[in-house]
Design a protein around this ligand. Structure first.
Ligand SMILES: [Zn+2]
Length: 218
């Protein structure tokens, strides 16, 4: 007898995932839709990962400054308290507010820098960049040529992956390919992330659970 893995998903229904030492907060839920006049409207998810380090994953578009500052204030944080800013990729709805964070180390796609000092790190070889034992940044290209995702261990929901546009939203199975620079590569990394994640925070939708069920094949 062998087993097959079936994956299904389910919305978590909350912008907050508590954990120890890290909790994850969706600052702004990303979206993408066509309005009644036929305009394509989109903005990327902005996520705060708060624990030993304070990490912001993606910074929305240039008009999201207010929402970010306001949300940080509710956590008792100022922009200078952000130790890492990770941008999953370089599109304008993910990198709109980098200059709000004077003390941060920036990881933008495969670049890591603090001010004008660049750290060399081999994302291309698949090596994750460990912020500490609980949080790491790893390469998940496909949507663009050099996307990264952020993995957070030890939350009450298990392992959370903030995935940028690797996942547009829950149930995007037939649509993500249209926005992909390399669908084959993206499919590979989507599988990998679904394997390790208990929750995925997508680039343009609400957080969702990844439920793995092993079914016997008789
Ligand atoms: Zn994008």
């Amino acid at each position: 007898m062998s087993v097959t893995l079936k994956i299904r998903t389910q919305p978590i229904g909350s912008p907050v995932i508590h954990g120890n030492p890290y909790s994850v907060f969706v600052v702004k839920e990303g979206y993408a839709y066509t309005d009644k006049d036929g305009n394509m409207k989109a903005d990327g998810s902005i996520t705060l990962v708060k624990g030993q380090q304070v990490i912001l994953v993606d910074t929305g578009n240039p008009w999201d400054k207010g929402v970010i500052l306001q949300n940080l204030e509710t956590h008792g944080l100022e922009p200078k308290d952000i130790s890492f800013v990770v941008c999953t990729h370089g599109h304008s709805d993910h990198v709109g507010n980098l200059n709000l964070f004077p003390e941060a180390t920036f990881i933008v796609s495969y670049d890591i820098c603090k001010r004008d000092v660049y750290l060399s790190h081999d994302f291309r070889e698949g090596l994750p960049f460990k912020i500490d034992d609980y949080v790491e940044v790893f390469a998940t290209p496909g949507h663009c040529g050099s996307d990264v995702s952020v993995l957070v261990r030890g939350t009450e929901e298990g392992t959370v992956v903030v995935a940028g546009d690797l996942f547009e939203r829950e149930g995007d199975d037939g649509s993500w390919q249209l926005l992909s620079e390399n669908p084959e590569l993206q499919a590979k990394h989507r599988d990998k992330v679904q394997d390790v994640a208990d929750v995925i925070i997508p680039g343009h939708g609400a957080p969702f659970r990844v439920i793995k069920e092993y079914e016997p094949v008789l």
